[in-house]
Design a protein around this ligand. Structure first.
Ligand SMILES: [Zn+2]
Length: 154
């Protein structure tokens, strides 16, 4: 149950914990693994550490550190998961709190944002139907730990 109606704020308050916990953070942003048992391993979420729903309302300091956070996270995912591409996207439709999906596209995934979004939906559907094994929380946590260690080396 969401305490204040915002899943991101609940995670930032420690009421919800992603596998592996906090991967990386600075004064304004925090990276963690996507929540949900059906998350693709390495699908990370970069979220603002305060509740704000519009990119136009970022402070200059928040905006200045966003790029480096995306770059470091993408670099670590590229290296550790051999990602062909790392997508960074922010929609804010289901969870309004500013957050970015950081999605590693590996060689076995289709290229293109719509194809990847469909792939992710299919991945979830197959898991929910019992036709595909979900990565365990331990497996996703292990990836989170490796990404965290890699970012610290950057
Ligand atoms: Zn929030």
């Amino acid at each position: 149950m969401l305490v204040n109606g915002c899943l991101a704020c609940d995670e930032l308050a420690g009421k919800v914990r992603a596998p592996g916990g906090v991967i990386y953070e600075d004064q304004h942003w925090m990276v963690s693994h996507r929540l949900g048992h059906d998350a693709v391993p390495g699908h990370l979420i970069l979220k603002l550490k305060r509740h704000c729903e519009h990119l136009a309302e970022l402070t200059p300091a928040e905006a200045a550190t966003l790029g480096p956070m995306i770059q470091k996270t993408s670099s670590a995912l590229s290296k550790l998961l051999n990602a062909v591409k790392v997508y960074a996207a922010s929609y804010g439709e289901e969870v309004g709190h500013i957050h970015f999906f950081i999605i590693p596209r590996t060689a076995d995934m289709p290229a293109g944002n719509m194809r990847v979004l469909l792939y992710l939906r299919l991945h979830t559907l197959l898991i929910r139907c019992g036709l595909k094994r979900a990565a365990t929380e331990v497996e996703r946590g292990h990836i989170a730990e490796r990404v965290s260690a890699e970012i610290q080396r950057l």
